[in-house]
Design a protein around this ligand. Structure first.
Ligand code: ZN
Length: 175
């Protein structure tokens, strides 16, 4: 079991800044102050889940006229487990991939394009497609390896309990 440590902060910051720039540019949207990111070290019990790379929470505002706040809960163990099994994938590219996906969900929920409480597989498929498209238009170092690997998913990628086969090994991949 591995966890994000203080020396990983820089990679997390840089990847989320890049993901934010990409999503902002592609969707004409400003993510400013609408979300935060937690890793296991800062999380409370309900924010930790198994089987996904990240869990997205929506926090109710204190006043009804304020907008919702979103929280990306990165699941250290799943992310490090994946990176350990795929040593050719660098953390920066992989985190940029995860954050672009999560920010697209936030963009769609916060602008009414999707309903947070009707979170379903169609939304996952749509967000996954947009993530790949936007990242292809804005190449990230090492990203091609991430996409090549994720393309090997047998079923629609990145959802709970789907198995991907790589070099005849089974790898659980989630987002
Ligand atoms: Zn998702």
């Amino acid at each position: 079991m591995a966890y994000f440590l203080p020396n990983h902060r820089n990679v997390l910051m840089k990847s989320s800044v890049l993901a934010e720039q990409i999503v902002s540019r592609e969707t004409n949207w400003n993510a400013c102050n609408i979300y935060d990111i937690k890793t296991h070290a800062e999380m409370s019990g309900h924010e930790k889940v198994e089987g996904v790379f990240a869990q997205l929470l929506r926090l109710e505002p204190e006043h009804s006229q304020l907008s919702h706040h979103y929280r990306v809960c990165l699941q250290d163990n799943e992310i490090f487990d994946f990176l350990c099994r795929n040593t050719d994938i660098d953390m920066f590219s992989f985190m940029t991939f995860i954050m672009t996906h999560e920010l697209l969900h936030i963009q769609r929920f916060s602008t009414g394009k999707a309903d947070f409480y009707r979170y379903d597989d169609d939304e996952e498929v749509y967000v996954d497609s947009l993530t790949r498209l936007f990242l292809a238009k804005n190449p990230v170092t090492g990203l091609k390896k991430v996409l090549t690997l994720l393309d090997k998913l047998e079923a629609a990628p990145l959802y709970n309990d789907k198995i991907l086969v790589d070099h005849r090994r089974s790898i659980n991949a989630y987002l």
